[in-house]
Design a protein around this ligand. Structure first.
Ligand SMILES: Cc1ncc(COP(=O)(O)O)c(C=O)c1O
Length: 404
C-alpha cells in the first residue's frame, strides 16, 4: 500500500507475515555448511535434499504417501504450468479450465497455443469445482489433454471441492484419458475444517499432476514450488532443454526452503493459518457492519472462506462502475473485477470482485470505498460487447450457472 492507494489486485502476503527470521536462520544454517553444492548448477529434478524433506513434509500434511521419486522442484506453480504444457501438450490441444479461474493461468495456456474451453462451476454456490455432467459432456466433445483446476480455497471464489467430487473427476480422467492439472496452491492453508485430501493422493494410480508452491506458505520471492507426478512423467519434464542447460530450478532458494523444512515448518504453518483466520474474520465483520449500516451492500453476498487468501464479493447486476473495463488490460489494478477471472473463452460479467484478506488493510478500506460507489448499483448499464467469442465452446457452455 502507498499513501491512499490500496492495491487489492494481487494476493501476496503482508510484510508482517513474511518469515524474515526463519529465512535468516535458514541462510545462516546453509552458508555455515562446508558443502556449497547449492551454488552450483543443480540436478534437473531439483535439490535432492529439498525433495527428501518435502516428501516427508507432504506425507505428513497431506495424509497420504508422497515419495521423493515423485517430486520435482519447480520455480513456483506459474513456471510448473509452463513446463508441463510445453512438455506434455501440443499447440491446438484442448485444456479445460474452470469458467471462473485464477486470472493469470489462462494466458500461460494461451501462449502455448492451447485451446481453452471453460467448464461451468457447480451452481449450488456452497461447494466448489467443475459441474460434473457439464464436465463429462465437454470431455466427450473436446477430448482434452488437461483439466486445470484449483480444488481447495479456489482463487477467486474461495470454495473447495468435496472429496466425492475429486474422486469422480479423478475417475473421469481415467475413463477418458485426460490429465488433471491440480493447482493445490491453497491446500495447506485451511483454517476451517480440514480440506478434503488433495489430488496429490491420486498421483500414484491416476491421471493427475499436482502442483504446489512455497509462495503462499513461506514467501513468493523464493520462487520455489513443486510438481508431484509419476516418475515417468517427471523424467519427461526433466528432459526440458532449459533445465538440461541451466540445471534444476533455483538451487539457492530450494536450499533455503530445505533448511526451513529440516528445522521444522509445521508450527509456522499453524501460526500462518491462525493469522489468516483472524484477517478473514476481520473482513467478514467489516462487510457485515457496512451491510447493516445504510444498506450500501444491499443485494450483495460474499463467501465466508475456510482457508486460502480470498473472499468473493458477489454484486447485484450492473453494479460495477461503468468505467471499469470488461477485459482489464492491466489486471493488477486496485480491485480485480469478476470479469478478469473469467476464463479467456468465457463471456465477461460485471458481477463481483475479489477481496484478498491476506493484508490487514484489505479488511475495512474496500467497504468505505464501496459506500462511495453505491450510486452505480441498479443502473441498467449496458454490457459492452467486445469479448472474443470462444474458439470452440458454445455460449451455452460458456455460461456459468453459478453466476461468478
Ligand atoms: C491459483 C493460483 N495459482 C498459482 C499462483 C501463483 O503461484 P506461484 O507463485 O507459485 O507461481 C497463484 C498466486 O496467486 C494462485 O492464486
Amino acid at each position: 500500500m502507498s499513501g491512499d492507494f490500496l492495491n487489492l489486485g494481487l494476493g501476496y502476503p503482508a510484510a508482517p507475515l513474511l518469515p524474515r527470521q526463519q529465512l535468516a536462520e535458514a541462510a545462516q544454517h546453509r552458508f555455515s555448511q562446508d558443502d556449497l553444492y547449492f551454488l552450483q548448477y543443480g540436478d534437473e529434478l531439483g535439490d535432492p535434499e529439498l525433495r527428501r524433506e518435502l516428501a516427508a513434509f507432504l506425507t505428513q500434511q497431506y495424509g497420504c504417501p508422497v515419495p521423493q521419486e515423485q517430486l520435482m522442484i519447480s520455480g513456483g506453480i506459474s513456471q510448473a504450468l509452463e513446463l508441463v504444457c510445453d512438455t506434455l501438450a501440443q499447440p491446438g490441444d484442448t485444456i479445460l479450465t474452470e469458467a471462473t479461474t485464477y486470472f493469470l493461468a489462462p494466458p500461460i495456456f494461451a501462449a502455448r497455443g492451447l485451446n481453452l474451453v471453460p467448464c461451468p462451476l457447480e451452481a449450488s454456490g456452497s461447494e466448489g469445482g467443475p459441474e460434473l455432467a457439464a464436465l463429462e459432456a465437454l470431455v466427450q466433445q473436446y477430448r482434452p489433454r488437461f483439466l486445470y483446476t484449483i480444488p481447495a480455497h479456489h482463487n477467486p471464489t474461495g470454495l473447495s471441492q468435496s472429496e466425492e467430487r475429486r474422486r469422480q473427476i479423478a475417475q473421469l480422467a481415467e475413463r477418458y484419458g485426460f490429465t488433471i492439472l491440480a493447482d493445490e496452491v491453497y491446500q495447506l492453508l485451511h483454517f476451517g475444517p480440514q480440506s478434503a485430501p488433495p489430488y496429490s493422493c491420486w498421483v500414484p494410480g491416476g491421471q493427475v499432476i499436482s502442483l504446489g508452491t512455497f509462495s503462499k506458505i513461506l514467501a513468493p520471492g523464493l520462487r520455489v514450488g513443486w510438481i508431484h507426478a509419476r516418475p515417468e512423467t517427471l523424467e519427461r519434464l526433466a528432459a526440458n532443454p532449459t533445465l538440461l542447460s541451466g540445471g534444476g530450478m533455483n538451487p539457492l532458494g530450494a536450499a533455503l526452503v530445505s533448511s526451513v523444512l529440516e528445522r521444522g515448518m509445521a508450527s509456522g504453518l499453524r501460526d500462518l493459518r491462525a493469522r489468516l483466520a483472524e484477517q478473514a474474520q476481520a473482513l467478514s465483520s467489516a462487510l457485515h457492519e457496512f451491510s447493516q449500516a445504510g444498506q450500501p451492500l444491499e443485494g450483495t453476498r460474499w463467501s465466508e472462506p475456510e482457508g486460502g487468501y480470498f473472499t468473493w464479493l458477489h454484486l447485484p447486476p450492473n453494479c460495477l462502475p461503468p468505467h471499469w473495463p470488461l477485459r482489464p488490460s492491466k489486471p493488477a489494478s486496485a480491485f480485480i473485477p469478476a470479469c478478469a477471472f473469467r476464463s479467456l473463452a468465457t463471456r465477461p460479467t460485471r458481477r463481483g470482485f475479489v477481496l484478498p484478506f491476506i493484508r490487514r488493510q484489505s479488511c475495512k478500506r474496500p467497504c468505505a470505498a464501496w459506500q462511495k460507489r453505491r450510486g452505480n448499483c441498479g443502473q441498467q448499464a449496458k454490457a459492452r460487447s467486445g469479448w472474443a467469442a470462444p474458439r470452440s465452446a458454445t455460449s451455452a457452455q460458456a455460461d456459468n450457472p453459478a453466476g461468478y
